[in-house]
Design a protein around this ligand. Structure first.
Ligand code: GRF
Length: 213
């Protein structure tokens, strides 16, 4: 059931907030049934509590290895009968075993126009390269980091006077528009992953859906 969503977080949770707001207004026809954080004091947890969403802290430092940490996550996800796992600033790399278990059910948002700039510090790298375009991507999660099939991207133009701060803010604003949109489509059963291809309304996407805001 893709209308039972669990959001995985590690930090501020502004994307979580955008998803909570969209569930509350009915733009996303689904329920966030829980929020898991690997960081005990993540502000995202406070946002979930304020919205009366169950939370679970699974602190990776308290587990002997990744397998044990992920076994606990799987247990909680199963208990909550998750349909869709939404990574929103979740800062742990997941093992292939975990990712494969939830194949087609787990999405991530990344602050670059993938496949460019996988990994960290994307805004600084865009500025250093002098790119004219930047943005964010939402993709299905696969074992290889930031390399799963891309569903959608939102694009902004990089202006000559852009700084790390302005670019970070602009891309976050794009994220807050794009993530609820894509989650709404998945919850409505409009998007699916088959093999490593994304389908929208039963048609294979040749390119990611691109939105310029
Ligand atoms: C976002 O910029 C997202 O692209 C990246 O982590 C950040 C999370 O921000 N994966 P927030 O915690 O949702 O505010």
């Amino acid at each position: 059931m893709t209308n039972r969503i669990v959001v995985l977080v590690s930090g501020n949770g502004s994307n979580l907030q955008a998803l909570i707001d969209s569930c509350q207004t009915g733009r996303i026809r689904a329920e966030i049934v829980g929020v898991i954080s690997n960081v005990p004091h993540a502000y995202a947890l406070e946002r979930a509590r304020l919205a009366n969403i169950p939370t679970q802290v699974i602190d990776h430092r308290k587990y002997p290895d990744r397998a044990a940490f992920e076994a606990e996550m799987s247990r909680v996800l199963q208990e909550w009968q998750v349909g869709l796992i939404v990574l929103a600033g979740f800062m742990r790399v997941l093992t292939p075993a975990f990712v494969n278990r939830f194949s087609g059910q787990m999405i991530n948002i990344h602050p670059s126009l993938l496949p460019a700039y996988r990994g960290l510090h994307t805004h600084a790298r865009v500025l250093a390269t002098g790119d004219k375009m930047h943005g964010c991507s939402i993709h299905f999660v696969t074992a290889e980091l930031d390399a799963g099939a891309i569903i959608a991207q939102a694009i902004t133009h990089v202006m000559p006077n852009d700084t790390l701060e302005t670019l970070t803010q602009e891309v976050q604003e794009l994220e807050h528009h794009l993530y609820p949109l894509v989650v709404a489509w998945i919850a409505a059963g409009r998007i699916a992953l088959l093999g490593n291809k994304v389908y929208l309304d039963g048609q294979e996407l040749q390119d990611p859906i691109r939105i310029c805001l």
